[in-house]
Design a protein around this ligand. Sequence first.
Ligand code: 4NP
Length: 151
Amino acid sequence: MAYRILFVCLGNICRSPSAEGVLRVRAAERGVALEIDSAGTGDWHVGEPPYGPMQRAARTRGYDLSRLRARQVAAEDFHRFDLIIAMDPSNLENLERLRPAQGGAELRLFTDYAPGSGATEVPDPYYTRDFDGTLELIERAAEGLLDVLSR
Ligand code: 4NP
């Protein structure tokens, strides 16, 4: 079975769907078989496609996010995935609270895979409006993650 990765942010309409789209393309390019999904800790945008300006910035860099739909993360996800990756420390804290007693998926921050960047979180472009800056960091962390998985 392919290794299963879940990206988690707050709304599941900017950062985590972008990470899903970027990793899907980069994994295919490097021939790494992965099952990839994304979810939000919040439920405000459930059922919605990724945020328009985020989709357009991603599309320009070669990532089609149009078919993704937001969902809320659930405790069962810790048993459905091998690795759950949070976009910022607040997401990580919410996930630690949701984590079932019986372990399950490994839990990490996405910036752990981009140590040279100096970033300790993936900034939320819904608020910063820097969609390209966020995509650059996501691309860097995705390559770092694939390096770890290819070892
Ligand atoms: P995301 O950004 O967590 O990267 O999807 C957000 C988008 C919308 C909201 C929060 C975060 N919101 O509260 O509507």
